[in-house]
Design a protein around this ligand. Structure first.
Ligand code: CP
Length: 297
């Protein structure tokens, strides 16, 4: 693995190895030192979890990391992402962690940068968020130990969510057969094979082992996609009543940030079945596993 751009670039064996590695970093704190690496982070979109957990992961592995403050950088004088990265590379950076609204930008950067470097896609448009999918898979593995045989329900704004896109890819590769995508009709996707698409939340959540609740991507909604949020909240917000449709030991996940009372009630977000903060914790160890794996190529 030279870069982490898209989950579909990985095999089941590579994903399982990353999950094992993330679990090992979590359990055994005698971590390796990757001190010959210099890593720069460029976030052209806001972030708390992804940015900070990569920062911690790099710190734990003794990687020098510089978080480029895009808002005060020469990006504002018109410098392109490619030129910014080439300049950083000239200073000695060999790892780049990039979040940007433009889809296919990571692929463009790989094709146009020279020399040896590693690129991690920390979120590209509606398309991909591979490190989130990996930490989500690690979390499901932690609680359920298997993937095949699980009923997993993804609930919410499927259409605009890079988290959903990468999660569907990883769960499919890991052998999940019963994958339900629940959303209002206007936020559904019909181009994904081997999933059950429904606007019926009761049917979708019934006896689910895992529920992944999504944030409404308000910043990505086009005019034709805007729906009545009060109606959404009434019909699709994950409440305690709706949670009871799932298995008694179902886990509730959410990539964050959560909008309490809109896509998920506070009662559910804070209940004993919620593993939302465990996902955040696993994010640090999965991102250590990613940096460590890239350092081997
Ligand atoms: N889940 C996620 O990507 O969160 P941030 O936007 O805070 O990084």
């Amino acid at each position: 693995m030279n870069h982490l751009i898209d989950i579909n670039d990985l095999s089941a064996i590579e994903i399982e190895a990353l999950i094992d590695s993330g679990c090992e970093f979590k359990k055994n704190k005698s971590w390796p030192k990757l001190s010959s690496s210099n890593c720069s982070m460029l976030f052209y979109e806001n972030s708390t979890r992804t940015r900070v957990s990569f920062e911690l992961a790099a710190k734990y592995l003794k990687v020098t990391l510089v978080n480029i403050d895009v808002a005060t950088s020469s990006v504002n004088k018109g410098e392109s992402v490619l030129d910014t990265m080439c300049n950083l590379q000239a200073m000695g950076f060999d790892y780049f962690i990039v979040r940007h609204q433009q889809e296919k930008l990571p692929q463009f950067l790989i094709e146009n940068m020279k020399g040896d470097f590693h690129l991690i896609n920390a979120g590209s448009g509606k398309e991909a968020h591979p490190s989130q999918a990996l930490l989500d898979a690690m979390t499901i593995y932690q609680y359920k130990k298997v993937f095949s045989g699980l009923k997993i329900a993804i609930l919410g704004d499927i259409k605009h969510s890079r988290v959903a896109n990468s999660l569907i890819q990883i769960l499919t590769i890991l052998g999940v057969k019963s994958l339900y995508l629940i959303s209002p009709a206007s936020w559904q996707r019909t181009d994904i094979a081997n999933t059950i698409v429904t606007d019926d939340i009761e049917y979708g959540l019934s006896e689910a082992d895992v529920i992944v609740c999504l944030r409404i991507q308000k910043e990505r909604l086009e005019k034709s996609d805007v729906i009545d949020f009060d109606e959404y909240q009434q019909n699709y917000s994950l409440t305690i009543d709706k949670l009871q449709l799932a298995q008694k030991d179902a886990i509730v996940m959410h990539p964050g940030p959560i909008n309490r009372g809109l896509e998920i009630s506070s009662q559910v977000a804070d209940c004993s079945q919620s593993v939302i903060l465990e996902q955040v914790n696993n994010g640090v160890f999965m991102r250590m596993a990613i940096l460590n794996q890239l350092s081997k190529s």
